[in-house]
Ligand binder design. Structure first.
Ligand code: AMP
Ligand code: MG
Length: 334
């Protein structure tokens, strides 16, 4: 059985094929970051238009290279939400049209479920139950994951997502989009102790996050400097990253303690951050927790995770009609 996966929730057009026997056999991602860079963030209309340009050619190139035909495909998975509504509609329309033409089921997949199931595609997959930390450009969530794809939301960001905070701080420092990798690189040259930025919502009990206060603290620091040197920028980047990461680590520790679960899965674009991974290792050592990450190429948005999540849904008997419907907001637990 082979499932075609289509991801268009934000600024990556991802197309992939999951094969029941061989795993992920194709995974192509076209990133739009160059299109959005000059605006310092994702512009939804530009994103939708580029998905229109890229989705079908990507599918076609995979089919040609793999010498596949419609008879080889048993289902078409697409990201049905959450995400940018126009961008989602492109993937959903392509998926439903192909499903109708080829006489196969279309399977709407939750983007965040895709992210956390991507970890199952490694050679050492996590055992259920596990806590998933999903930190991306659009989400910061802690979710308890049980077998049979049951999810319980434990906490989430009340304002900016973690990746969004990296992107906004980078913008304030005059750095390129996306900010995460740039901040991480610059932080290596900086002093993370120079500025004592807040670790938001860590003193109160609870598992929710908030990153807007941290972002404001960074903005205030930048505005208070008369002339900002490269050294200052590196120190700000390092101090901001340390604050964001420590906040995330504290919340993860709390989620593991309160549920008694001993496995942590970290996914989403921010999980590519090596300083975050090193910091989380502290939990692994002190609390005897096993931490899993998706393969690096599956940390950011991609079609492979959607194809795989679609495969799992199809196997569990999931069905939907051919109405084209997407959800900009969609709690994973539902
Ligand atoms: P996603 O939403 O999963 O596609 O991930 C994109 C988000 O991840 C953007 O906000 C990026 O700034 C962020 N990101 C990517 N790489 C890193 C990194 N190394 N450190 C921190 N954030 C990152
Ligand atoms: Mg993205």
């Amino acid at each position: 059985m082979k499932i075609l996966g289509i991801e268009t929730s934000c600024d990556e057009t991802g197309v992939a094929i999951f094969c029941e026997k061989e795993g992920i056999i194709e995974n192509k991602v076209f990133s739009q970051v160059d299109l959005h860079r000059k605006y310092g963030g994702v512009i939804p209309e530009i994103a939708s238009r580029d998905h229109i340009r890229k989705t079908l050619p990507l599918i076609k190139s995979i089919f040609e290279e793999r010498q596949l035909g419609k008879q080889d495909i048993s289902g078409i998975a697409y990201t049905a939400g959450p995400g940018l509504v126009g961008a989602l509609l492109v993937g959903a329309s392509v998926a439903k049209s192909l499903a109708l033409a080829w006489g196969v089921p279309a399977i709407g997949v939750h983007h965040m479920e895709g992210h956390l199931l991507a970890t199952l595609l490694t050679e050492d997959p996590p055992n259920y139950p596990f806590i998933a930390l999903l930190v991306s450009g659009g989400h910061s969530q802690l979710i308890a994951c049980y077998e049979k794809q049951e999810y319980q939301l434990l906490g989430e960001s009340q304002d900016d997502a973690a990746g969004e905070a990296f992107d906004k701080v980078a913008k304030m420092l005059g750095l390129n989009y996306p900010g995460g990798p740039v901040i991480e690189k610059l932080a290596k040259k900086g002093d993370s102790k120079r500025f004592a930025f807040p670790r938001p919502m860590t003193k109160k009990p609870g598992l929710n996050f908030s990153f807007s206060g941290l972002k404001t603290a960074v903005a205030n620091e930048i505005n208070s400097q008369v002339k900002i040197t490269m050294e200052d920028k590196a120190d700000i980047a390092a101090s901001f990253q340390a604050a964001a990461i420590e906040t995330i680590r504290i919340k993860c520790e709390r989620a593991l303690e309160s549920t008694g679960i001993k496995v942590l899965v970290v996914a989403g674009g921010v999980s590519a951050n090596m300083a975050l991974r090193e910091n989380l290792e502290k939990i692994a050592q002190h609390k005897k927790v096993k931490i899993h990450y998706p393969p690096l190429d599956l940390c950011t948005d991609n079609g492979a995770m959607i194809a795989f999540a679609g495969y799992k849904r199809l196997c569990s008997g999931y069905q939907e009609d051919l109405t084209i419907q997407v959800k900009a907001r969609w709690p994973l637990a539902t």
